[in-house]
Design a protein around this ligand. Sequence first.
Ligand code: SF4
Length: 237
Amino acid sequence: MAARAARAADLADLDGAVSDCFACPRLVAWREEVARVKRAAFRDQDYWGRPVPGLGPQDARIAVLGLAPAAHGGNRTGRIFTGDRSGDVLFAALHRAGLANQPTSVSADDGLTLRDTRIFAAVRCAPPDNKPTPGERDTCAPWLHREVELIRPTLRVVVALGAFAWAAWWPVLRQVYGQRPPTPRPVFGHGAHWSGESVPALLGCYHVSQQNTFTGRLTPAMLDDVFTRAKDLAGVD
Ligand code: SF4
């Protein structure tokens, strides 16, 4: 699997290859089980039930790094952050920031396009309870590393959604940029900012999960601040 990821010539090749990955037995079983049983509201739909590739142009200057697809969101629609409440919040914010052409993301064929931004997850398959194991994170890392490598020429800022994504970034420094991660590791927090020499800046943002947005821990204004800062750092108008 790592060799297949490393061979991906471009994002289209990578997206196709990752969609056909079966490396994690527990996650393969879960994504297929969810796709078979379904949620009642989506009973008439065909679930994707596969790994979910990234979304956005190859010349992205900003990356949004998430945790993993949602069982009835990305795992259903086949597009990251698409078809669930987390995506509603995220894409509304990206649209306000001028980074998405529309504020909603409901299905893979809804016409959504991103500008200067690529979204992907540290783990590409929906995990039970939204909790991948460390072993699954490490197994999936080559897909993340190759994706960053492919957009490296333009990538300037990474917005890490939550502590899991924040932690998943440090191995990228070593694998893609040949740099030793800082020690001790900078602590994740909303608004946290880390910069290194000749590598993308890293911004921390609370995850757009319902747990955070319904409770007011993460508000639209807080997301707007993060994306305004990301655009400034990335030199995006
Ligand atoms: S989580 Fe990643 S490595 Fe594991 S099966 Fe899914 S795509 Fe493959």
